[in-house]
Design a protein. Structure first.
Length: 363
C-alpha cells in the first residue's frame, strides 16, 4: 500500500445507509486495485444522531471528522423529525459540520452524461457536452453579513436588512480554490458578480483579476450574474469552471445542476483551507423510497470520486470510479429515477454489483 487514508462515513438517514453501503464496496475495490488503503470510521449525524443522542451533530462525530482525511456524507432528514423546532432538526447537523470544519468552498459539478441526455428539460443540441463546475463561496456574503435583521423605524414601519460583504482575504481564498479546480479541468474560469451595481462585486472582480497573475495557465473571464443566468440556459457548453459568491452561487449551482435533469446523479464537495473536506450527493434522504432498494447510488459514488480527486489528491482512483459509472450506464443499467424505455431497471444493490463488475473488468 502506498497511501493510507482515514475516512469518516456519515450515512445519515433515509436512503443514506443504502447508497453508502454500495459506495464503500466500490471504494474498497478501487483502493485494492491502486494500492490505496482506507480506514473507515462510521459516525452519527442528522436524524439518526438525534434518535441516539438527542443531538444532530454529537461532539464525538465532529471530533472524528476533524481527525480524518476526508468525510463522506450521504443524506440527512426525514418525516420523523419534521415537527422538531428549527434548532433541533437534522439539517442543523449539516450546518454545524460545515461550520465546524470551516468549509468555505462548495464545488458542484453539472455534467450531462450522453446516456441520460433525454432527462434534461432542455433541447439535446443545447445541453450536449455540458460539463460545468460551479465553485460557490459558502461561509460569507449576504447570508452571513452584518447588520442583519428586521428593525422597527421611528415611524413604526419595519425594515428587513441583510448585508452583502466580502473581505479581500475571503475573495482570495475562494478564488484560489476555483483557479486550482479550473487547472484540473479545461483551464477556463468565469467569475460571476454584479460589479456594475454592487461595490462588494467591484472588489470581488478586482481581487479575482489580480489573482489571475498567479495562474497564467488559466484563462479568466467575468460575467454579470444576470447575463450568466441567461448564458447558462442559452449556451451552457461555453462554461468550464464558474466561481461566484454565496447568494449567486446558491442560485446558479441549482440552475446548472438542473441542466442535467437527474438529481440522483449529482455529487458535491465542500472544502476548507486545510483539514478534511465533506463530499456528499446533492439530493436529500429521499424518505419516500428509503429501505426499498430503489435508491440511485451513483451520486454518492460520484461524490466518492470527488473525494478521491479533490480531497485526497488521488485523481487516478477518481477517474476509475467515474469510468465505472459510465460503463454501467453504457450497459443500460438504470435505477427507477433515471430509467427509460429499453434500459434495464435495477435496484440500489444490483447497481452496486454492476459497478463492481465494471471495476473488475480488464481495462
Ligand atoms: P430529496 O432529494 O430527498 O428527494 C426529492 C425526490 O427525488 C424524491 O422523490 C426522491 O425519491 C428522489 N430522489 C432523491 N435522491 C434520489 C436517489 N438517490 N435515487 C432515487 N431517487 C431519489 O428531497 P426532499 O424530498 O425535498 O427532502 C427529503 C429529506 O431530505 C428532507 O428531510 C430534507 O430536509 C432532506 N434533505 C437533505 C439534504 C442533505 O442531506 N444534504 C439535501 C436536501 C434535502
Amino acid at each position: 500500500m502506498t497511501q493510507h487514508y482515514r475516512i469518516t462515513l456519515l450515512p445519515g438517514d433515509g436512503i443514506g445507509p443504502e447508497i453508502m453501503a454500495v459506495t464503500i464496496t466500490v471504494l474498497k475495490e478501487v483502493g485494492q486495485q491502486l494500492g490505496i488503503g482506507f480506514d473507515f470510521t462510521e459516525a452519527l449525524i442528522g436524524g439518526a444522531a438525534i434518535d441516539a443522542t438527542g443531538n444532530p451533530l454529537p461532539p464525538e462525530t465532529l471530533d472524528t471528522c476533524k481527525a480524518s482525511d476526508a468525510v463522506l456524507l450521504a443524506a440527512i432528514g426525514g418525516y420523523k423529525w419534521d415537527a422538531l423546532p428549527n434548532d433541533q432538526r437534522p439539517e442543523r447537523g449539516l450546518l454545524g459540520l460545515r461550520a465546524g470544519l470551516n468549509l468555505f468552498a462548495n464545488l458542484r459539478p453539472a455534467q450531462i452524461l450522453p446516456q441520460l441526455i433525454d432527462a434534461s428539460t432542455l433541447k439535446r443540441e443545447v445541453v450536449e457536452g455540458v460539463d460545468i463546475m460551479v465553485v460557490r463561496e459558502l461561509t460569507g456574503g449576504i447570508y452571513f453579513g452584518q447588520p442583519r435583521g428586521i428593525f422597527e423605524t421611528k415611524t413604526g414601519e419595519r425594515r428587513g436588512i441583510n448585508t452583502m460583504v466580502y473581505a479581500e482575504a475571503e475573495i482570495e481564498r475562494i478564488g484560489r480554490v476555483a483557479f486550482e479546480a479550473a487547472r484540473k479541468r479545461r483551464k477556463r474560469l468565469c467569475s460571476v458578480d454584479k460589479a456594475n451595481v454592487l461595490d462588494v462585486s467591484q472588489l470581488w472582480r478586482e481581487r479575482m483579476t489580480a489573482l489571475a497573475a498567479d495562474y497564467p495557465d488559466v484563462e479568466l473571464t467575468h460575467l454579470y450574474v444576470d447575463n450568466a443566468a441567461m448564458q447558462l440556459l442559452r449556451a451552457p457548453t461555453q462554461f468550464d469552471t464558474i466561481v461566484t459568491g454565496n447568494l449567486f452561487g446558491d442560485i446558479l449551482s441549482d440552475a446548472a445542476a438542473m441542466l442535467t435533469g437527474s438529481i440522483g446523479m449529482l455529487p458535491s464537495a465542500s472544502l476548507g483551507a486545510s483539514g478534511p473536506g465533506v463530499f456528499e450527493p446533492v439530493h436529500g434522504s429521499a424518505p419516500d423510497i428509503a429501505g426499498q432498494d430503489l435508491a440511485n447510488p451513483l451520486a454518492q459514488v460520484l461524490s466518492a470520486a470527488m473525494m478521491l480527486r479533490y480531497g485526497l489528491n488521488e485523481p487516478a482512483a477518481g477517474d476509475r470510479l467515474e469510468a465505472a459509472v459510465q460503463t454501467v450506464l453504457n450497459q443500460g443499467y438504470r435505477t427507477g429515477d433515471i430509467a427509460s424505455e429499453g434500459t434495464t431497471r435495477v435496484g440500489c444493490q444490483a447497481m452496486g454489483n454492476a459497478l463492481l463488475k465494471a471495476l473488475e473488468e480488464p481495462r
